[in-house]
Design a protein around this ligand. Structure first.
Ligand code: 5GP
Ligand code: ZN
Length: 110
C-alpha cells in the first residue's frame, strides 16, 4: 500500500537496516526505541492488525512467531507487544509486534 510506511520499508522505497528476514516477515529496529532492544516484527503483506487475520493469511503469524524464536536466541528474555487499534496506541496501521528486551517495560503495570 502506497501510503504505508512499513510497506515502503518492505518495498525498499525507504532505506532501513533489516535485522532478520524470512519468507513472510522482516524485523527492523524501532526508530524511537522504548527499551535497549526494540525490534519490530512486520509481515511483508499489508495486514492491518490482528483483527485482519483469517484462515487465509494466518500462515504469516507462524512466520512472525519463528522470527520471535530467532531473535530470542540473542535476547532470551523479552516482552512481546501488539497494539491492536488506534485507541490502544496503534499508530502504524500495518500489523507489527514489538519485541522489547533489556528492561522490564511493564514494571508499573503487572
Ligand atoms: P505502534 O504505535 O503502531 O504500535 O508502533 C509503531 C512503531 O513504529 C513506533 O514504535 C514507532 O516508533 C515506529 N516507527 C514509526 N515510523 C517508523 C519508521 O519509519 N522506521 C522505523 N524503524 N520505525 C518506525
Ligand atoms: Zn503496509
Amino acid at each position: 500500500m502506497d501510503s504505508c510506511i512499513f510497506c515502503s520499508i518492505i518495498n525498499k522505497k525507504i532505506e532501513t537496516i533489516i535485522v532478520a528476514e524470512n519468507e513472510q516477515a522482516i524485523a527492523i529496529n524501532d526508530i524511537f526505541p522504548k527499551a535497549p532492544t526494540h525490534i519490530l516484527i512486520i509481515p511483508k503483506k499489508h495486514i492491518i492488525n490482528m483483527t485482519d487475520i483469517s484462515a487465509k493469511n494466518s500462515d504469516v503469524i507462524a512466520q512472525m512467531a519463528l522470527m520471535v524464536k530467532e531473535l530470542s536466541q540473542q535476547h532470551p528474555q523479552f516482552n512481546l507487544v501488539c497494539n491492536n487499534g488506534p485507541e490502544v496506541g496503534q499508530t502504524v496501521m500495518h500489523l507489527h509486534w514489538h519485541f522489547l528486551a533489556g528492561t522490564d517495560i511493564f514494571k508499573k503495570l503487572f
